[in-house]
Design a protein around this ligand. Structure first.
Ligand SMILES: *Cc1c(COP(=O)(O)O)cnc(C)c1O
Length: 353
């Protein structure tokens, strides 16, 4: 087996998927499975589909293509608002996209007409997090324009909170989205089939409110993959938080001082690090570094402590553990570590069934 590697437990992801599809489904909310954190890794995408998810969302067209080429059977939703320069590829690749710019929509319409397809559009509403979305006051004008565009079907409204501004998707935000949807339907005489209320941060809102208004879709990544809600990063009861494990290999294990010796300047990253003198200690180096992952996002699963890291090395205090060269050291990971480890070509991916 090639190290470092990320071990992917498909059974745990399957369990998380089934559980969340059932939970949200109990109130009529469909789950869109978000695959961007795993770069559209096809075996993982397939597990989502086999466990009740029919639409997969990803922010990158290359990830969507990767899943399609691997034969993953689903509808594909492009999550990141399309670049104007990507419009043709969006029509060629995705069934549906989240949008907020009329110039992009016009271009999507042009290519949809050329290709003879209907592309479905979810229009994003800005509710305060200040990422993508039209301010509510500007919605009506844009919708009037979209309804004139051929090749596009406006299927619904969406919002995204808790990502950039940390704004909580609470009852008031969700009610606002619902009432905007109803007003638009009445004004334009249309039906908005999909009201896409948010992401893994919507868990608390869902659990604590009897009414969910018009929201009938959520786009979930982290809670499916890592079993956590994302407002406080608390584990969701009954889900696995350890479907992914990082495995590294010891490349040096020696007893050395805990304090660097000699005159000190900057380290590799331009900092002047501080060290605590704990006398001589069992130190181990493992073969992974900042080029693969922010090592502060790693949590040792054995009794060792991360001391410092450079581009390609992590130094561990092995404490009482007698680590040997060639031995493996395992780490639990969070969402940012998952993102970068799955993206790093230097980290091999290993599926356990
Ligand atoms: C990434 C993303 C999601 C998924 O977020 P999680 O916190 O992983 O559930 C949902 N919607 C959009 C638009 C996204 O970009």
């Amino acid at each position: 087996m090639t190290n470092p590697r990320i071990e992917i437990n498909l059974k745990k992801i399957a369990h998380n998927t089934k559980t969340l599809v059932e939970l949200y489904g109990s109130k009529g909310i469909a789950v869109v499975g978000v695959t961007k954190a795993v770069c559209g890794y096809p075996e993982i995408a397939s597990v989502l589909v086999e466990n009740g998810i029919t639409t997969l969302g990803d922010s990158r067209l290359s990830n969507i293509s990767r899943m399609q080429k691997a034969g993953v059977k689903a509808r594909f939703l492009l999550l990141r608002s399309p670049m104007l320069s990507q419009a043709e590829e969006v029509i060629n690749t995705a069934d549906c996209s989240l949008n907020s710019e009329i110039s992009v929509l016009k271009s999507l319409s042009k290519f949809a007409l050329q290709l003879g397809v209907i592309h479905c559009v979810i229009l994003m509403v800005e509710l305060g997090d200040l990422r993508e979305g039209l301010m509510p006051d500007n919605l009506h004008k844009t919708i009037a324009q979209i309804l004139e565009l051929k090749g596009l079907e406006l299927v619904g409204l969406g919002t995204n909170l808790a990502c950039m501004g940390g704004i909580i998707p609470d009852e008031s935000k969700m009610n606002q989205l619902s009432s905007i949807a109803t007003t638009i339907e009445e004004k334009f005489g249309i039906v908005l089939k999909i009201i896409s209320g948010g992401n893994s941060a919507n868990y608390r809102w869902f659990m604590h409110n009897a009414g969910i208004g018009r929201v009938n879709s959520l786009r979930l990544g982290e809670s499916l993959l890592l079993g956590r809600e994302t407002l406080h990063r608390k584990p969701i009861p009954g889900l696995f938080t350890d479907a992914f494990t990082l495995i590294t290999e010891v490349i040096e294990a020696q007893i050395k001082p805990s304090l660097p010796f000699g005159d000190t300047g900057q380290n590799a990253f331009g900092n002047k690090p501080l060290f605590e003198d704990k006398g001589f200690m069992r130190r181990a180096l493992v073969g992974i570094g900042q080029q693969d992952v922010m090592t502060s996002d790693l949590k040792p699963l054995s009794n060792v402590e991360i001391l410092s890291a450079s581009s390609d090395h992590v130094a561990l205090n092995a404490r009482a553990t007698k680590l040997k060269v060639g031995q493996e050291v395992r780490f639990g990971i969070n969402y940012s570590a998952l993102l970068s480890l799955m993206t790093s070509p230097y980290v091999s991916k290993s599926i356990i069934e």
